[in-house]
Ligand binder design. Sequence first.
Ligand code: NAD
Length: 487
Amino acid sequence: MRRFQSYIDGAFSDGEARFESLDPATGEAWAEMPEAREADVDRAVRAADRALLEGEWARLTASARGKLLGRLADLVAENVQTLAELETRDTGKIIRETSAQIAYVADYYRYYAGLADKIEGAVLPIDKPDMEVWTRREPVGVVAAIVPWNSQLFLAAVKIGPALAAGCTLVVKASEDGPAPLLGFARLVHEAGFPAGVVNIVTGFGPSCGTALTRHPLVAHVAFTGGPGTARHIVRNSAENLASTSLELGGKSPFIVFADADLESAANAQVAAIFAATGQSCVAGSRLLVERSAKDRLLEILKTKAEGVAIGAPLDRATEVGPLCTRRQRDHIQALVDRTTQAGARLVTGGQTPEGPGWFYPPTIIDCDGTASPALAEEFFGPVLSVVSFETEAEAVRLANDTNYGLASGVFTTSLTRAHRMIRAIRAGVVWVNTYRAVSPIAPFGGFKLSGHGREGGLAAALDYTRTKTVWLRTSDDPIPDPFVMR
Ligand code: NAD
């Protein structure tokens, strides 16, 4: 069995306890992970706080911080294959995707490397004589970055990159499900030469590790990606330390196809939207809303594509759909599919847990027309597409917004005017038009409603890791006048 370690205060250590990680393709234990509880978390946060206030990192120029981030980007690019294999082995995400995504993670670090010395304050045209007033953008403080199991290196990069660019220090908590990629990445942080305590990486369970981290008095900001239920715990915990939060949560994103769209192209995008990453994607386009006249044709194309998907070992480059990360997740999906069909929805394809080892689940399509199906409201976080048809554009908008979530959306139409109307009407943080599942370090990303708040990506994300200090400097040598009057 492989053994992984925590990375705290610039050193690798075994955790307070250890737990086994299972290979989702076989269900067998393959690695031992260090479990951080309150004491390890406290050590990591204190190390981050020391690094923030004293020592080398605190004195580093913004350009030097950028250079370190650039070095980290290079190391990620040089180690794509090793990191991808760790992620695939520990989470079941297919090697085709982990390799491509981690190569792009390097670009995220590069983007924030370039931003580090472009975070500026301002000189204010103040309305008082003999006074110079300016603002400084200072690091917000120690950041707790918490990620779920899917895309851990990516979801960590969109927090670590801007936080370091802004001069913060971090404690990153990898998910207890599949932490290997982030624990492996810690070696690269070390090699890049960040001073001890600037980036600490631990893993552990929500109630012990996560709670200790998010309520720690020295944590100033919690950057969280995960489910809304956990987000509520985090917000409650922040009542203790009054940390600010950014929350990237779940979704039930509409994928809207009008009859004038290129159905073949829309079907390919829909496959990417719901079956890629075995559906374990926050932006999964899990509700297909299709104009009634195009429904039968589109479902026929989608059924053929879903049934033709190559399901198999995630380390095999030919595989298109691998296992789910955990057995718990697969059981949740099966239970929700069963409740949906019991509510009267019709299975178009899939819907049955296969025999054999590993947490596999087939691409599944459910026709929910005419039913009040739970599948239309609840997040599967798996390869299950729920389909509903509409007659008019107004009905499409109503259905699209009929959700507690608001993360992403897709619109497929060849009408330019309709596309613009839909962009305005949809209540979600991302609208993709005639495309889906595209991301970039340059573009902000985040949700409306129960999908959370705060944005990752882009310049604004780095500014969110700063706080403003206002400086007043009096330029007069005259004595201070009447001390009982505020000026
Ligand atoms: P989760 O909320 O159960 O866990 C996420 C992380 O939170 C894990 O590291 C977990 O250990 C930690 N955690 C659990 N309880 C905690 C507590 N009380 N205090 C602090 N931390 C705690 O999420 P999951 O089930 O692992 O992941 C799936 C969810 O993540 C889905 O809802 C998905 O949509 C969402 N997600 C969102 C985005 C996005 O960018 N919006 C991206 C990926 C995943």
